[in-house]
Design a protein around this ligand. Structure first.
Ligand SMILES: [Zn+2]
Ligand SMILES: [Zn+2]
Length: 390
C-alpha cells in the first residue's frame, strides 16, 4: 500500500510499505477515508521531538472503514465507518479503568523507557509516533492496524460527514479535555492560546459548559476571523495587543478564571536558542508562560499542546504566589468521543471548516508545506487516501 512517510530531516515521501495485518485478537484493520495532519508532528519534523523511524508512516488522527476484524472484537463489523482515537489505550489497566486513558500502562512498548527522561513515564501509545510511543504505524496511509479496537474505535453516525467526524479523533476531544481540566463553569472568563483546530474546539467546549466570555489569542488574522465566525467567541491578536492588559480589562481587572494553552511549542527559531538538557533540545512554551502570568489569582491553567520534556523560564514563582492550579494531559478521547459524535450528529458541534485543505495522499509533502507555513489560510490539511491524485 501507499503511505506518507518520514524521510529524515524535514523531508516526507510517499512510498510503498507493507499492508498491515491483524496481529492480535482485539485488532481491526481500517481502510482510511480521512487522515488529518496535526501540529504535534511539526516538532518531530524539525528534530524537537522523537520522530517515527525513517521510512515509517506519519499521521494519527483518522477515520475509515473496517475491512478486517480480529476474533475477539465485539463492537465492530466489516463495513462499519469508524473514527479512531489517536491515543492507543488498552481499556483494562488500572489507569484506563479510571478513565485516565492517556496514562494507559499497556499502550506503549517496553521501549517506552526511552521516553522517560523527557516525559516522566511511559503512557498511552499513539499512531505515527516513535517506537517509544508503541511503534504503531501512522494513518497517512491506505490502511491502518487499530489495536484494542473495542476501546479506541467508534462507529460514526450516518449523516456525519467524514470531514466533520475526522476531528473526533483528536482535536475535538482535546478541546473538551481542555475545558474539563480547566473546570470551566457558568460565568467563567476563559482565555485560549491558539486558534488552530484544538484552540477553536476548546473555545467551543468552554462556551457549551456555560462560560460567560471566551477569548482566543493567536498571531494569525485568518484563524482569528475563522474562530469569531465559526464559534462566535472574542479574539485578541498577539503582537498587536498587550494581551495580559486586555485580558484583565475583559475580566473585571482580575484576569481570566481559566487559561488554556492550545498553541503547541515555540517554533524552530525558539528552539535553536534554547538550552540543551540531557542531549535533547529544550522547548520553549511562550503560551504557557503568558497563560500563567495572565490567569487570575486562584485560577487554573491547562496545558494541552506544549509537549517538550523540558522548557526554560517557567514562571514557577507566579504559580505559587498567585495560588494557581496547573494541569496538563494528552487527550483522553475514549471518554469524550461517543458524546462528541452525538453532538456532531445533532449539528451542535461542527468541525468541517477546520479542514481547509483536502488532498490525496500523493500530495502529502505539499500538504505539510502548506500546513507548516500556514500558507493559503491553512488550518488543517486532511488527506483522503482513497481519492486519486488529480
Ligand atoms: Zn494530533
Ligand atoms: Zn490501559
Amino acid at each position: 500500500m501507499r503511505a506518507l512517510c518520514w524521510d529524515g530531516g524535514d523531508g516526507l515521501v510517499v512510498r510503498q510499505v507493507p499492508d498491515p495485518e491483524l496481529r492480535n485478537a482485539h485488532d481491526v484493520i481500517v481502510r482510511v477515508r480521512r487522515s488529518a495532519a496535526c501540529g504535534a508532528e511539526l516538532p518531530m519534523l524539525t528534530g524537537g521531538q522523537p520522530a517515527p523511524g525513517v521510512g515509517e508512516a506519519l499521521g494519527h488522527e483518522f477515520l475509515g472503514d473496517v475491512v478486517e476484524v480480529g476474533p475477539e472484537v465485539s463492537r465492530h463489523r466489516v463495513g462499519d465507518r469508524v473514527v479512531v482515537c489517536s491515543t492507543v489505550s488498552c481499556g483494562r489497566c488500572w489507569y484506563c479503568r479510571r478513565g485516565l486513558y492517556s496514562c494507559c500502562d499497556n499502550g506503549s512498548s517496553a521501549e517506552a523507557m526511552v521516553a522517560e527522561p523527557p516525559w516522566g513515564a511511559p503512557a498511552a501509545g499513539c499512531y505515527g509516533h516513535p517506537r517509544s510511543a508503541g511503534g504503531f504505524a501512522g494513518s497517512h496511509a491506505e490502511y491502518v492496524r487499530v489495536p484494542y479496537a473495542d476501546v479506541g474505535a467508534f462507529g460514526v453516525p450516518e449523516g456525519v460527514s467524514d470531514d466533520r467526524a475526522v476531528f473526533a479523533s483528536e482535536a475535538a476531544p482535546t478541546g473538551w479535555l481542555g475545558a474539563d481540566l480547566g473546570g470551566v463553569g457558568p460565568g467563567d472568563v476563559v482565555a485560549v492560546w491558539g486558534a488552530g483546530a484544538v484552540g477553536q474546539l476548546t473555545a467551543l467546549a468552554a462556551l457549551m459548559r456555560g462560560a460567560e466570555r471566551v477569548i482566543v489569542v493567536d498571531r494569525y488574522d485568518d484563524r482569528l476571523r475563522m474562530v469569531e465566525r465559526a464559534v462566535g467567541v472574542e479574539t485578541l491578536h498577539l503582537g498587536r495587543t498587550d494581551v495580559a492588559a486586555e485580558l484583565r480589562e475583559r475580566s473585571g481587572g482580575r484576569g481570566p478564571d481559566v487559561c488554556v494553552e492550545a498553541a503547541g511549542e515555540g517554533g524552530p527559531r525558539a528552539r535553536s536558542f534554547a538550552a540543551r538538557l540531557g542531549g535533547r533540545p529544550a522547548g520553549d512554551a511562550p503560551a504557557v508562560r503568558e497563560a500563567v502570568h495572565a490567569c487570575r489569582k486562584g485560577g487554573t491553567v491547562a496545558v494541552l499542546g506544549a509537549a517538550s520534556g523540558f522548557v526554560d523560564a517557567f514562571p514557577l514563582g507566579a504559580v505559587l504566589h498567585k495560588g494557581l492550579t496547573v494541569r496538563g494531559s494528552r487527550q483522553n478521547g475514549q471518554r469524550y468521543v461517543p458524546r462528541l459524535l452525538e453532538l456532531m450528529a445533532r449539528d451542535e458541534v461542527r468541525t468541517e471548516h477546520l479542514a481547509t485543505h483536502r488532498l490525496p495522499l500523493e500530495q502529502g509533502p505539499l500538504g505539510y508545506d502548506l500546513f507548516r507555513t500556514r500558507a493559503d489560510g491553512c488550518v488543517r490539511v486532511v488527506f483522503a487516501p482513497q481519492e486519486a491524485a488529480g
